[in-house]
Design a protein around this ligand. Structure first.
Ligand SMILES: O=P(O)(O)O[C@H]1O[C@H](CO)[C@@H](O)[C@H]1O
Ligand SMILES: [Mn+2]
Ligand SMILES: [Mn+2]
Length: 391
């Protein structure tokens, strides 16, 4: 049976345990969901557990669900990376063997010299940092001097933070476009340039939702292109459009928060179209994972869990829901970066007559293969479809 609409919801950073190669990434022992389940009491996720979340892996003292209603499993990442772009691109069929360049010691002086010259402002910072901590450290100096705050992370990112009253948004975005051009060169190449505007006064700075990402394009076509080329709708909710630089997307709806993303997704799930609805909920990662806040992370999971009945009620018998993630971000792991983890996969349709385990997948790209298989899109990927299992 072919589903008319497939909805993929990426719970950004909701990993389900270390990958076998986690040590290569400094992530031995990482377990985003497991550690949240251990730390946060109570953690009420009845709907996710009913689908089979607690049957995928041992999570704290949870009893596995005795009669789950969905198909459940986990997927491994084959690409060399643990960033959002690599994760999402693999979910949509790519295998990234050349890692994005990272800058653990800051960006080369020559890049910053050119950036300062072209923008007419000095740079301060230039190191890996948490985006909120660097504001505590350098926000006041920026307000006094009008310099750019440049920082990076374990991801391949050139992040440009600016107080909205000191450097107007338009100038910040122009600065990002300049940085984007400079970082297209091989020796300076980064996956994303990110505008990080903020407001407030020293000690109480707050980042705003005027963040904007300038990503490189996927290196080849993803299953999104294959669907779009076939005339199917590909609707992107949240930061999906940025992650794919708009490639293969027919309609994009940016969102301001998980709650907003969930509401938009519910509406689009109820709308009548044939194709793919693809949502990213980023708050798990940006507000709680990177901030190492297990409590907040748990509450955000509960918020999503509470919305599941509405999302499911919006589906027709011929629709399929797939819930997954793009990497881990264990809120009790050392540092403030992503963690190299398996991601969960939960599948549900009102039309299911069976339920059960989806055998461990060796690549996130099995999702792309499944989607292609469903729509007869003929997309070539290293992934393997598990569509036949879902019935
Ligand atoms: O600490 P903040 O600024 O939120 O940064 C996080 O967000 C960036 C992009 O997702 C990554 O580099 C990560 O480190
Ligand atoms: Mn992510
Ligand atoms: Mn992140």
């Amino acid at each position: 049976m072919a589903y008319r609409k497939v909805t993929v919801i990426v719970l950004d950073s909701v990993g389900i345990g270390e990958m076998p190669d986690a040590a290569d990434y400094g992530d031995l022992g990482a377990h985003t969901l497991g550690h949240i389940a251990e730390r946060v009491h109570p953690l009420e996720l009845p709907h996710l557990r009913k689908l089979g979340l607690g049957n995928i892996a041992r999570l704290a003292d949870w009893e596995p669900e005795s009669s789950p209603t969905g198909y459940y499993g986990k997927m491994a990442e084959v690409s060399v990376g643990k960033d959002t772009m690599t994760g999402h691109w693999e979910l949509m069929g790519l295998r990234i063997d050349t890692p994005f360049r990272t800058f653990p010691d800051g960006f080369p002086a020559e890049l910053l010299r050119q950036f300062e010259e072209l923008t007419g402002r000095r740079v301060i910072g230039n190191k890996p940092a948490s985006g909120t901590e660097i504001l505590d450290e350098l926000g006041e100096e920026q307000m006094k001097t009008g310099a750019w705050i440049v920082y990076t992370s374990a991801d391949s990112v050139f992040q440009l933070a600016a107080h909205e009253d000191v450097i107007p948004l338009e100038e910040l975005y122009e600065g990002c476009r300049i940085a984007r051009r400079l970082t297209m060169k091989d020796e300076f190449s980064v996956g994303r340039v990110i505008a990080r505007p903020y407001v407030g006064s020293p000690g109480a700075f707050k980042r705003t939702s005027n963040r904007h990402d300038y990503a490189v394009k996927p290196p080849r076509q993803t299953v999104l292109d294959a669907l779009k080329n076939k005339g199917l709708e590909v609707v992107a909710v949240g930061k999906i459009n940025d992650i794919f630089s708009g490639e293969g997307i027919s309609r994009a709806i940016p969102t301001k928060s998980n709650a907003d993303g969930i509401a938009v997704t519910a509406k689009e799930m109820a709308a009548d179209f044939q194709g793919l609805l693809f949502t990213n909920l980023v708050d798990f990662d940006s507000l709680y994972g990177h901030r190492r806040d297990p409590e907040g992370y748990g509450r955000a999971l509960e918020e999503f869990d509470r919305s599941l009945p509405d999302l499911m009620a919006a589906m027709g018998d011929n629709d399929l829901l797939l819930v997954t993630a793009d990497h881990g971000n264990d809120p009790i792991h050392a540092g403030t970066d992503h963690t190299r983890e398996y991601v969960p996969i939960l599948a549900w349709s009102p039309g299911f007559s069976g339920t059960g385990r989806i055998e461990d997948r060796t690549t996130f790209a099995d999702l792309a293969a499944t989607i292609s298989d469903n729509f007869g899109a003929g997309y070539a990927t290293h992934g393997n479809s598990f569509l036949a299992l879902l019935k």
